[in-house]
Design a binder for this molecule. Structure first.
Ligand code: HEC
Ligand code: HEC
Length: 295
């Protein structure tokens, strides 16, 4: 009985204990899950704050992703080009990407402005104009690119091969961005090769062209204001159409005058102009130089 009582008591205790646990278990569980929830929330908050910190931090390492000055300027340049085209129906569609041209401007100021001057207008006896409108409307991309890359041996135009393809392309874009006349590059390239007589051409060349371009077309070295049109640096990179068009039209605002038409310095016929080209194609400049060396 005692045992029974004791048993009962213990049983009761166990029962009560059990009931206690039964009562307290859910509370503890709630408490624990509350703690876990809190921890999870805290961790999540920490994680979140970490993320927000990272997000807030992002701009500093990825400032590159934020538009920098050059990019902002590039967008402005592109917008300006588009609005120019929209507002002026006669505006010439740029030969090239205005943003690339903007990059080229910096390179131009670093490498070329010393000789070719601001806006590449050139200076007689120092360097020719590169933004002349007749020139730009007929100068092919590869002529500009190759001339910049190789320079013109035996003249003041140095090679810029070290700049690499991308930068030279940007320079070409910068120059071509100055074009206000529609391109005639294809038509000029398609012109036939000269059928002239070099012996007759020599007479004209010596009488007219040598005054500025030097005997044999040696250029500034001869003391004139005309470029080295008798040297391979120029001749190896141009078509007859390019030379013919330049002689016929001249280059406005430079000392290269027009040689055809009533207002020309000398009204040469197309045949006479071809004779001159035939003579130029014998590369007199190179010969004149080598004979100079022999003396
Ligand atoms: C040290 C002076 C000098 C520098 C610097 C110079 N040039 Fe020239 N450049 C010349 C001269 C001189 C000529 C003409 C050479 C000749 O007589 O044929 C020329 C010719 C040219 C021509 C051919 C123009 C034509 O009428 O056919 C191009 C294109 C040209 N330069 C581009 C550039 C570019 C782009 C740069 C800068 C990356 C540059 N030059 C830097 C002196 C220079
Ligand atoms: C009064 C001076 C003068 C005379 C005369 C003259 N030129 Fe020129 N010519 C120039 C100048 C200056 C340039 C370069 C323009 C510049 O400085 O921007 C030039 C450029 C040229 C070019 C382009 C060369 C290049 O580098 O792209 C050709 C081609 C040319 N002349 C051919 C001739 C021929 C052919 C004659 C003779 C019929 C002739 N010129 C007579 C002054 C002259």
């Amino acid at each position: 009985m005692r045992r029974g009582t004791a048993d009962r008591i213990s049983l009761n205790r166990r029962e009560s204990g059990q009931t206690k646990t039964r009562v307290h278990k859910p509370q503890k569980m709630i408490f624990f899950s509350f703690i876990i929830l809190l921890t999870t929330l805290l961790l999540a908050a920490c994680d979140n704050s970490g993320q927000t910190a990272a997000v807030q931090k992002q701009p500093s390492p990825s400032d590159k992703k934020q538009p920098n000055l050059t990019q902002v300027r590039s967008v402005q340049v592109a917008k300006k080009a588009v609005s120019k085209l929209n507002s002026d129906p006669k505006a010439v569609i740029p030969y090239t990407d205005p943003v690339l041209a903007y990059k080229g401007e910096t390179l131009y100021l670093q490498n070329c402005v010393f000789c070719h001057k601001a806006h590449a207008i050139g200076k007689p006896g120092v360097a020719p104009s590169l933004t002349n409108q007749e020139f730009l409307s007929i100068a092919p991309v590869n002529f500009l690119f190759d001339t910049i890359r190789d320079g013109r041996p035996g003249t003041g135009m140095p090679p810029f091969k070290h700049l690499g393809k991308e930068k030279i392309n940007a320079l070409v874009a910068y120059l071509r961005d100055h074009a206000k006349k529609p391109s005639r590059i294809k038509a000029v390239l398609a012109q036939p090769v000269n059928q002239g007589d070099a012996r007759l051409g020599m007479i004209f060349f010596k009488q007219i062209c040598a005054t500025c371009h030097g005997p044999g077309g040696n250029g500034y070295a001869a003391g004139g204001t005309g470029t080295a049109i008798g040297k391979t640096g120029f001749l190896s990179k141009v078509s007859d159409g390019f030379i013919r068009t330049t002689i016929k039209e001249g280059r406005s605002f430079t000392r290269m005058l027009s040689f055809q038409g009533p207002q020309a310095l000398a009204d040469l016929s197309s045949k006479e102009i071809d004779d001159i080209i035939a003579y130029m194609r014998t590369v007199p400049g190179e010969k004149a130089q080598s004979s100079l060396k022999l003396k």
